[in-house]
Design a protein around this ligand. Structure first.
Ligand code: NDP
Length: 326
């Protein structure tokens, strides 16, 4: 039974040295508890923030302690009648091969695969859904721009924007193969490779009539380009700012345009809406089954490679959701 601990806090970009793989005794469940063998775990950009000291909306990881995050596993020993042996469960004790838990959510593997609960039926998909329907409020006729568009949130956001009536959906991602994926797999009308040249110029060419909505996963220069492209009374859903997570980047220099164009910018944390995730899951399962929502996953094998998966996520080695199979 192995687990990954936080060995040291990073300065700037994390490195493998910030993580430590340790072997620990297989724990025994007490009355009311279950032992779960984890089969899949999620690595997510917000974990970068948790590697730093200092409070955010979620507390920092503790030095020398096992990390945590979403995982799916199978109950292998149970002293809890609600969580029988053999059940597939979703919980927050990732970064370890086995976990003893007081509580977990049983997931229905007849409607989707276990790993879908970390992707198309999980928090990234739900974030995209809320960004499109409640934060940016995409409506018929909108021209929508999504950054981080080849990733888990962005790929779902582009498809859901289309579903909710957008007439033109533009996505940006790093590199030509990701750009191709946007149009060929995820149904974007236009793809921008932000590494290939000026984002502002590429966005202006993709949307000569401007954009109405920007779904921001990246921040920094992406946000600046979007503010320039937005039409009066345009809406920005500020979901994430991954370009700033390792180190500050210069902020947009055109924030006064928010005033002049009377833009609406709204931040959003999915953690404030998790009471509604259970209701989203059956809907998302239908969308996955009928092809309305297509997802991809990049799978890294083995707990020992989980830090590598996380570091890769920050560098963009994933398309769709980055997952670790344990
Ligand atoms: P992704 O699957 O999108 O993976 C991260 C991607 O970010 C990489 O693949 C990479 O793609 C891109 N990236 C990394 N560095 C940069 C950079 N400097 N500039 C532009 N792109 C970069 O992750 P998620 O879908 O899980 O998360 C996407 C965003 O959504 C993150 O900002 C995350 O924090 C946020 N989020 C927010 C939530 C909320 O409640 N507000 C909930 C969940 C996620 P590329 O190769 O294209 O650069």
């Amino acid at each position: 039974n192995r687990e990954i601990r936080l060995a040291s806090r990073p300065t700037g970009e994390p490195t493998p040295d910030n993580f430590e793989l340790t072997t620990v005794d297989l724990p025994e469940p007490a009355e009311g508890q279950v032992l779960v063998r984890n089969t899949w775990m999620s690595v997510d950009p917000y974990m970068r923030g948790r590697m730093d000291a200092g409070d955010s909306y979620i507390e920092p990881f503790s030095l020398g302690r096992v990390l945590e995050g979403h995982a799916v596993g199978e109950v292998v020993a149970s002293r809890n009648a609600d969580l029988p042996v053999g059940a597939t469960v979703l919980h927050f004790a990732g970064w370890r091969e086995y976990a003893v838990l007081d509580d977990a959510t049983v997931v229905d593997v007849s409607i989707a695969r276990p790993q879908d609960y970390l992707n198309g039926l999980g928090q990234t998909s739900f974030t995209a859904f809320l960004a499109v329907t409640e934060v940016a409020r995409v409506r018929p006729g909108d021209i929508v721009f999504v950054s981080g568009a080849a990733g888990a949130v962005g790929s779902a956001a582009g498809q859901l924007a289309r579903l909710y009536g957008a007439t033109h959906v533009i996505g940006s991602a790093g590199g030509p193969s990701k750009a191709r994926l946007l149009t060929e797999e995820f149904g974007f009308d236009t793809a921008i490779d932000y590494r290939a040249g000026s984002l502002t110029e590429q966005l202006s060419a993709a949307a000569p009539d401007g954009i109405d909505v920007y779904i921001d996963n990246v921040g920094g220069s992406h946000l600046e380009a979007a503010i320039t492209a937005l039409n009066p009374r345009g809406r920005i859903a500020a979901i994430g700012m991954i370009s700033t997570y390792n180190a500050p980047v210069p902020g947009p220099t055109n924030l006064y345009d928010i005033v002049l164009k009377q833009l609406i910018l709204q931040g959003f944390l999915v953690t404030d809406h998790l009471d509604r995730l259970a209701a989203y899951i059956p809907q998302a399962a239908r969308w996955l089954a009928d092809g309305t929502l297509r997802t991809q996953e990049t799978v890294v094998e083995g707990l020992d490679k989980a830090p590598h998966a996380f570091l890769g996520l920050l560098q963009g080695t994933n398309t769709g959701k980055m997952l670790v199979r344990l």
